[in-house]
Every structure is written in C-alpha cells, then in structure tokens.
Ligand binder design. Structure first.
Ligand code: AMP
Ligand code: MG
Length: 397
C-alpha cells in the first residue's frame, strides 16, 4: 500500500500495463459490425472506383471532335456504353462508366440540346468530370486499421469494397455492483438516512456507451461475506468488474478486504479531485476496479481510469482522449494541490464557464457540464487564460 498520493498518469500507466485485449476474435456480418472493435486490418479487395466513371450528369465527349455533336447513346449508372463514334457524344449519368474513346464529361448545365444535337458552350478540359479508376482506393490498400472502433462510415467503407464480414474482438463482459446499506432504488420508499442508487444508472449508462456486455449484480449489503460472494460470481462471469463505494477505510468498507481475500488488490490514493480512493486488482482472470461511492467521483474516475482500461481490453489502440485548449471565462483562484477535473460548459462566446459549485457531492454539475477542465495541481486559473478541456464528446464514446 502506497502511503503517499499517486499521480493520475502513474496510476493509469500501471493499470494499462496489465490491460490486454480479449483473446477471442469473431467474424460478424459487416451489417452488424458498427461499434465493434476491428481485430485485423482490412485491405481493399478491388480498385475504387472500379473503372473510369462520370462525376456528373451530362455528356461524355472526345474533345478533338469539337463543340457540336450528335447524341448517339445514353449510358445510365450500372450500364456499359459502346465506344464513341467520331462526331458523337454519349448522354451519361453520374456513376456511369466512361465509354471508350471519351476524354471528358461536360455537365449538362454547360450544354444546349436541340433534337439529337448537343452544343457544348465551352471547350472541355481533358479529363474533366471523370473519376479515374482506383483514384479513391487502390486494390490491396489498407482501408481500416486493426484496433479501431468501427463507426457507421467504417462499415460503409468496408461494404463499398465488398467486404461482407469483419473480424472483431469479442465484446467485453463488464460486471457492476454497488455497495452500501443506504442504497435504495427509485420507486422504493426512501427511509430516513437512505439514498437512491444513482451510480447504478450512471455506470450502467457508461457500460452501454462503451459497448460492453453488461452484467449488473445490483446492490450488495455492507458485509464481508456478501461482498466476497458477489465478487467471486462476478469475477467468474466477467472480464472486468467495476464497483462503486466501499473502498474508503471506513468501518463499512468491505470491498478492500473482499478483493484481498479473493484475489489481489492494489489500493491507491490518487492525487486527483474529485475521486481520491481507487482500488485496482484482479480476482482470478478478471480485473477489478473499485470506484469511490461519491457520485461525482465515481463518474469522473470512470472516465479517467475505467474508460481507457475498457478500451484497451476491447482491443482499441487509440485510447487517449484529445483535450482542447479553450479560453477560461472564469477565475479559479484557489486550486487544489491535486489535479482537478472541473465540471465546465461552453458559453455563447466560445469560452468555458464553471459550474458554480465544484463540490463532489453535487451530481447536478456533471449533468450541466459539457465536459471537464483538466487543471494541473495547484494551478490558479485566471479569466482569459487557455485551459485544457476534455469534452464529453471525447470521453464518452
Ligand atoms: P463510500 O465510498 O461507500 O464511502 O460512499 C461515499 C459516499 O457516496 C456516501 O455518501 C455514499 O452514501 C455515497 N454513495 C455510495 N454509493 C452510492 C451509489 N451507488 N449511488 C449514490 N451515492 C452513493
Ligand atoms: Mg459505503
């Protein structure tokens, strides 16, 4: 056990050092592969476009034949034309193959048609409005790297070169449970001293955002036996088990002794605010991450630590969020000695404002915010200075 505080980067580096992608790879239909993580780089099986084709609705012409031409054929997308006879043009539509002999396409807006004669209003440039074979993708070129979470445009790209199935990592099984005798679910009576289990909603939502296969073991009473039992079950069924609460050193904090009894545990006090205690370890093959019970802390520590861990375990390679330098339209004169993640929001002037209270018990701040200002230890922010902003759009996908 580390007596001092551990920096966020150091703790994250230690966690990521033991994270490895799930071993099983499955072949899924490309139609169902969005959000999955690609396990092997994909190469194009063909040239794109597969042949020279028209980028416009208009006329395919041979420039040397002049400006007045007889329209001798019509080529729709999906059809194939004949070679251009001298003095003729082909009526052609976007995507249709360029007929042999043509060296330019003239868009219809730049022509005048009288019966079967087309008059070109100006001399075309060689190659104009022709999409050349392989100009987008050459046969054999890499189109998607391994370790990428597939977005809709990625599966579209794979489909555009005829790839029908894709090798992806098996979905990560994430187990969640929530410790605390004080917790009740919305809809149940809220006896004095009880609180609603809001973390269950936040963490389940995050499990969905990160496309995990979720197993929710619900509320676990504050007892060593109960905690050990659910931990054993969750570890047997899941790749990663994440819990909320019970990692402080209070009398009712049984997560630490439970993980120590069932597996191995590292307890860290992280130099960050919100969210000081963090537990990391393993029970058998399964990884364990224990988050603080405090709702803001558990949300922020999930984004800072659990997110990259899950992404790496899912097989993703590019996992660091990209911070944006943004103007602080606020003062933060009394910073903490620890690195702070301040809940902030864009104002209408392109700057950031802080939620009025940064108290870590106030969950409203996380819902109000557009993201987190990543403020270095002990750094006082003065209005107008540039700060590092981690928008939710970087953290929550
Ligand atoms: P703990 O880490 O168990 O000491 O909890 C710290 C604080 O967070 C206490 O005030 C708890 O009541 C609160 N808390 C713990 N678990 C949850 C939860 N699942 N949802 C909302 N608040 C919680
Ligand atoms: Mg507790």
């Amino acid at each position: 056990m580390n007596q001092g505080l551990l920096s966020v980067d150091e703790a994250l580096a230690r966690m990521l050092a033991s994270a490895h992608p799930v071993r099983e790879i499955e072949e899924v239909p490309t139609l169902e592969a969005t959000h999955r993580v690609l396990a092997r780089a994909q190469r194009s099986t063909m040239d794109v476009p597969p042949m020279d084709n028209s980028a416009m609705d208009g006329y395919a012409v041979r420039i040397a034949d002049g400006l007045k031409l007889r329209v001798a054929q019509k080529i729709m997308a999906g059809a194939v034309g004949r070679a251009l006879e001298p003095g003729t043009a082909a009526r052609i539509f976007t995507g249709a193959p360029i007929p042999p002999g043509a060296d330019a396409v003239v868009m219809q807006e730049h022509t005048t048609l009288a019966k079967d004669q087309v008059q070109l209003n100006r001399t075309p440039e060689p190659g104009q409005w022709i999409r050349r074979v392989a100009s987008d993708i050459a046969h054999g070129a890499e189109i998607l790297p391994a370790g990428k979470r597939l977005l809709p445009q990625d599966t579209g790209l794979a489909a555009s070169v005829g790839i029908r199935t894709l090798p992806v990592y098996r979905r990560l099984r994430l187990g969640l449970f929530f410790t605390g005798d004080e917790l009740v679910m919305p809809g149940e009576p809220l006896a004095p001293g009880r609180i609603y289990n809001s973390n269950r909603f936040t963490l389940r939502g995050l499990a969905e955002v990160f496309h995990c296969e979720l197993k929710d073991y619900g509320i676990v009473p504050d007892s060593l036996d109960a905690t050990r039992a659910v931990l054993r079950l969750a570890a047997a069924e899941c790749d990663v088990v994440v819990t909320s609460g019970g990692v402080s050193v209070g009398e009712a904090d049984y997560v630490k002794p439970a993980v120590e009894a069932e597996g191995k545990l590292l307890m860290w006090r992280i130099a960050m605010k919100p969210g000081r205690p963090l537990a990391f370890g393993n029970v058998g093959e399964s990884f364990f991450i224990g988050l603080p019970g405090n709702p803001v802390s558990s949300f922020v520590t999930f984004l800072v630590f659990v997110r990259p861990f899950l992404l790496k375990a899912q097989g993703m390679t590019d996992i660091a969020p990209h911070a944006i330098a943004a103007r602080a339209d606020f003062d933060w004169p009394e910073p903490d000695a620890r690195r702070e993640f301040l809940r902030a929001k864009w104002n209408g002037q392109g700057g950031l404002e802080l939620y009025p209270t940064q108290d870590s018990a106030v969950l409203t701040s996380t819902a109000w915010a557009h993201g987190l200002v990543d403020n270095p230890p002990g750094h006082a922010v003065r209005r107008g200075e540039m700060v590092q902003f981690l928008p939710y759009s970087e953290l929550c996908w």
